[in-house]
Design a protein around this ligand. Sequence first.
Ligand code: URA
Length: 221
Amino acid sequence: MAAPTGPEPSPDCSICTRLHDFIAAWRVKEPGWHNAPVPTFLPAGGVASVQLLVVGLAPGLRGANRTGRPFTGDYAGDLLYNTLNEFGFSRGTFAARPDDGLELIDTAITNAVRCVPPENKPVGGEISNCRRFLTPTIAQFANLRAIVTLGTIAHQSTVRAFGQPVAKHPFSHGGQSDIGNVRIFSSYHCSRYNTNTGRLTTEMFKGVFGEVSSYLNGIAG
Ligand code: URA
């Protein structure tokens, strides 16, 4: 029987050979970088306080793979953290460094794939391999009520982590889907490509978090 898996891969995880080799090469080129699976960013209140989980795709090479904190150090993080602050899901000043003092409030941020993939593109086998960490990551949050999935890959991997068919919970920007007690809000990924091409505007992205905020406030009564 396979050993039970916790929510975080080991720092030297070698389940995906391609990603392991890619990181090994960057460890040689940039020894000062994180260059390892990027762990879930948790709020100061700990696992039990988490009501909202944001699921991204995978660490960016010069972003989370360099700094070790999801969405920290690349363009996608600027929009994400500004939006979280605006809706009260974080506090402090985001300065794109893991020691900037920014704190999440009842919110956690993770990635569907924990290791940086070449050209930001994980392959299907890597996405399903890494679900063995996404599933227990979600399961550990006993008070989870909402998930924001960023892009189709994060959305589908999250739906599969719940053991549900993706056809029953299709991705669409602004879409919402209930699985048990948890409402999934899907959004186009806040990547530079999506914002530069106009596929995702700041207003569209903030609109999704506005819906999440109303939903969570409604539950709180
Ligand atoms: N950084 C992350 O951690 N995840 C993404 O999906 C993009 C950038």
